[in-house]
Design a binder for this molecule. Structure first.
Ligand code: AMP
Length: 219
């Protein structure tokens, strides 16, 4: 099963990706996470990517396609995968199609901009795993309420207000074309496309996604 999660930064794609991954036992390929890991390396590529990310720009299609290719080909992806953050451009979407990946579902997460900004402001990452801690209450639970761990949480370098605005602009600019492309695929019955209002409670969205998948997969 191949699933693509679309939506602006901060719309909750990562949270739902983790739910879907556990529920259906398929891995998540998060290009943002992969790129953040590479950006920590002291290689030329690492430095280049770090500069792009911290400026709220998109990494070039050539670079990201080379990276994603290696992940898709991994053995763990043989039963499918969830793409979180890819494709971001029409070139990337066409690339996926050109290598014969049959996308089963696209979930587009939608949130008003003021809520996105608010959520991103609160977002922290665990520096060890690079994973996003949605909120401190959950993180405190998972870290056994150890205040030392909470202190270590970091804000993503690209989650600063002015950079978030740039990322949102970059997203919107490309998304118009991306959505057009996938709606056409949907009309041609090549995939299922669902818009998900992410203002709902997380568990309600989990249920909605499960229902949609059940409808088509007879699970
Ligand atoms: P994300 O965590 O998905 O918000 O991604 C963080 C940053 O990584 C983005 O702002 C881009 O700089 C870069 N990035 C992630 N995915 C892609 C992609 N598919 N194409 C280009 N750049 C990407």
């Amino acid at each position: 099963m191949h699933i693509v999660l679309l939506g602006a930064p901060g719309t909750g794609k990562g949270t739902q990706a983790q739910f879907i991954s556990k529920e259906y036992n398929i891995p998540i390929i998060s290009t943002g996470q992969i790129l953040r890991n590479i950006s920590k390396e002291t290689t030329n590529l690492g430095k280049k990517i770090n500069k792009i990310i911290t400026n709220g720009k998109l990494v070039s299609d050539e670079i990201i396609i080379e990276i994603i290719k290696n992940h898709i080909l991994q053995h763990k992806c043989k039963n499918g995968f969830i793409l979180d953050g890819f494709p971001r451009t029409i070139v990337q979407a066409k690339y996926l199609k050109s290598i014969g990946i049959k996308i089963d579902y696209i979930f587009e997460f939608i949130l008003p901009k003021n809520i996105i900004l608010e959520r991103i402001k609160q977002r922290k990452i665990d520096p060890k795993t690079g994973l996003t801690c949605k909120n401190l209450i959950n993180f405190n639970k998972s870290s056994n309420n150890n205040p030392e761990n909470t202190k270590k949480l970091q804000t993503r370098s690209d989650d600063r207000d002015e950079i978030v605005q740039k990322r949102l602009q970059e997203y919107e600019k490309n998304f118009v074309h991306l959505k057009k492309f996938y709606i056409k695929e949907f009309k041609n019955k090549n995939l299922e496309y669902y818009e998900i209002n992410n203002l709902n409670e997380i568990k309600n969205i989990n249920t909605k996604i499960k229902k949609i998948i059940k409808k088509y997969q007879n699970i």
